[in-house]
Design a binder for this molecule. Structure first.
Ligand code: NAP
Length: 289
């Protein structure tokens, strides 16, 4: 039997409707949520991402600012822009689009963002908060994956979860979120021997490597939930994930498509993080949302 599709587009729309309502309530009380997106350089994919992020903010009634700088913008100039936005009361979230040009130290930049405005959840204090179970923000992509599992009421507690990929922005935080939800986790990386021996144990399999077809149907336990975070191009130039989708959907219980799966959830969770940041500020100022 074919797997049930977890439709990230549909779930995103539902979540964005809620975000829009929360934004309207905050705006009525003079606390319109605000996001500042900073892009350095002209990487074509980054330009598309930031455009989509700003458009999503506008759709939800947020105040949004896009700061664009040439590739030769210096680290010191960028740090200064972050200082300005850290102190800007109209801005609740700051996102610096990655990757940054090579002459800029991304960790130094992320570390300069005020932790309470770090809506990407990449600041070391949010990463540490995630590790100890109480982050201000969860990184958007893994947070979106958790929402997808919640949408199918998947019993995560006690499940075997395997995360293929161990990056700071997807794999590691994903594993932490699954662990906190009660799963037994395995994290695989490029040195993992016999990947299939791990993935075949997974009740929940999250794949985030950027390698097309790294997971094939024979590597999936029948009935498993397969979440494909990867974004690649096939030989015809069509967007595809890391999982051999057509064969794997005949084995899995649930599967996410690419496109239309995790991708739309990532931007949605950025909106959720920004609204949470704005609500925190509003509540702190004695405004009840
Ligand atoms: P990344 O920083 O390049 O990390 C890739 C990870 O995969 C690394 O941990 C690497 O291991 C691991 N890996 C490589 N080969 C492997 C193998 N043969 N077996 C097991 N693990 C292997 O990538 P990322 O930023 O996490 O992104 C991963 C993918 O997700 C990309 O396609 C990216 O475009 C996509 N993505 C999608 C969204 C979305 O919204 N849908 C968001 C973010 C990322 P090592 O640690 O050993 O190098």
């Amino acid at each position: 039997m074919s797997a049930q599709i977890i439709d990230g587009k549909l779930l995103s729309q539902q979540l964005r409707t809620e975000v829009k309502e929360r934004a309207a309530r905050l705006t009525e009380r003079g606390n319109r949520p605000g996001l500042c997106v900073i892009l350095v350089g002209a990487d074509p994919a980054s330009q598309v991402y930031v455009r989509n992020k700003v458009a999503a903010c506008e759709e939800c009634g947020f105040y949004s600012v896009l700061e664009k700088y040439d590739a030769d913008f210096t680290q010191e100039q960028l740090l200064e822009r972050i200082r300005v936005r850290n102190n800007d009361p109209d801005i609740h979230g700051i996102l610096v689009q990655l990757p940054l040009p090579k002459h800029i130290n991304a960790q130094a930049i992320i570390g300069a963002i005020a932790a309470e405005k770090d809506v990407d959840g990449f600041h070391i204090s949010n990463a540490g908060g995630l590790m100890t179970g109480n982050p201000l923000f969860r990184p958007c992509t893994p947070y979106g994956v958790m929402k997808m599992l919640e949408s199918i009421n998947y019993p995560i507690r006690g499940a075997n979860a395997v995360v293929v990929g161990a990056s700071n922005i997807v794999g590691k935080p994903q594993a932490m979120l699954l662990l906190q939800a009660g799963a037994t986790i395995t994290i695989c990386n490029s040195k993992t021997r016999d990947l299939g021996s791990h993935t075949r144990n997974a009740d929940i399999l999250v794949v985030a490597t950027g390698i097309r077809n790294i997971v094939t149907a024979d590597m999936v336990k029948p009935g498993a939930v397969v979440i494909d975070v990867g974004m690649n191009r096939d030989p015809e130039g069509k967007l595809c994930g890391d999982v051999d989708y057509s064969a794997t959907r005949e084995v899995a219980g649930y599967i996410t498509p690419v496109p239309g799966g995790v991708g739309p959830m990532t931007i949605t969770m950025l909106l959720v993080n920004t609204i949470e940041a704005a609500e925190r500020v509003a509540n702190h100022a004695g405004v009840v949302h």
